[in-house]
Design a protein around this ligand. Structure first.
Ligand SMILES: Cc1cc2nc3c(=O)[nH]c(=O)nc-3n(C[C@H](O)[C@H](O)[C@H](O)COP(=O)(O)O)c2cc1C
Length: 271
């Protein structure tokens, strides 16, 4: 694509095509959306303290991330339910990531099956894991992630329960009954987890995801896999140190895009 695109305009135009429910689900944050606004503002306050006289005739933005080589130092964050925006959903995102020379992280709550996304995301795929109360389901997911050729697992730890998203409450928002979290449903289609994800996502999340997680559980997760494990949702250096001490190979500094705990500090500031 060679046209010049202003990203704010592009985002506005893309969101305008969606009905209010999905649009606000994608664009909204928790409570008063203080963190949502601050996240963007904080990035725009960052200055680039550039260096000079370094021979930039052949710039190379490539880097290596946990053994994965990418052409530029950005990978795509996991976001749930992408088929509400486009029928190709996460497969299209994986293809776009690969075309641009980088990797993507696939959400536990993806609509497209993991294996299809892995086939599209040829420059690398990580899996974002929500830990289930039922550790059997968690183990099954991890095994499937390894078999599909994912390169790392990012355990999201900032969502022990669903954030209070007032736009969703006002819209009485529910995921369309025609869409399923396919990767997850395969693993959780067992009697103990037979609760269907009928659109009432927050009640599903609160019923299925484990709010009792502690650092000990991180050790358990690391012991289940040969893949590097990162934790996603860290905003403090003492927690980053704890993560390293309990087996994580990295942390993803994040407040879940302001969708979980409002007034959490912006990633750009705590980095
Ligand atoms: C629509 C939407 C859905 C998201 N779904 C997930 C998800 O399923 N799992 C997850 O770990 N993070 C999810 N996130 C959070 C993003 O991965 C990412 O952390 C956030 O958009 C960027 O904010 P940050 O800089 O605080 O990380 C979602 C974000 C959005 C906007």
């Amino acid at each position: 694509m060679n046209e010049l695109i202003n990203l704010d305009d592009f985002e506005r135009a893309a969101l305008a095509k969606l009905p209010a429910g999905p649009r606000d689900y994608y664009a909204g944050g928790a409570l008063d959306e203080i963190t949502l606004r601050e996240n963007r503002a904080a990035w725009s306050r960052w200055n680039l303290h550039y260096r000079v006289l370094r021979d930039v005739s052949g710039p190379d933005f490539g880097t290596e991330l946990l053994g994965m080589s990418i052409d530029w130092p950005v990978i795509i964050a996991p976001t749930a339910f992408q088929c509400m925006a486009h029928p190709d959903g996460e497969v299209a995102t994986g293809r776009a990531a690969a075309d641009s020379g980088t990797a993507m992280v696939l959400s536990t709550l993806a609509n497209k099956p993991l294996e299809q996304v892995a086939a599209a995301a040829t420059r690398g795929l990580w899996f974002q894991l929500y830990v289930f109360r039922d550790r059997g389901v968690t183990r099954e997911l991890i095994a499937r992630v390894e078999a599909a050729g994912c390169r790392a697992i990012a355990v999201t730890v900032d969502a022990p329960m669903g954030g209070q998203r007032e736009r969703d409450l006002r819209n009485d928002f529910a995921f369309p009954a025609t869409l399923a979290a396919t990767t997850l449903m395969a693993a959780s289609a067992r009697p103990a987890n037979a609760l269907a994800m009928d659109g009432a996502f927050m009640s599903y999340a609160n019923a299925m995801f484990d709010p009792t997680l502690t650092w000990k559980d991180l050790e358990w997760i690391c012991a289940q896999t040969r893949l590097p494990v990162l934790i996603k949702g860290v905003v403090r250096s003492d927690d980053a140190l704890q993560a390293a001490g309990h087996g994580a190979r990295g942390v993803i500094v994040s407040n879940h895009g302001g969708r979980q705990l409002d007034t959490a500090p912006p990633g750009a500031e705590v980095l």
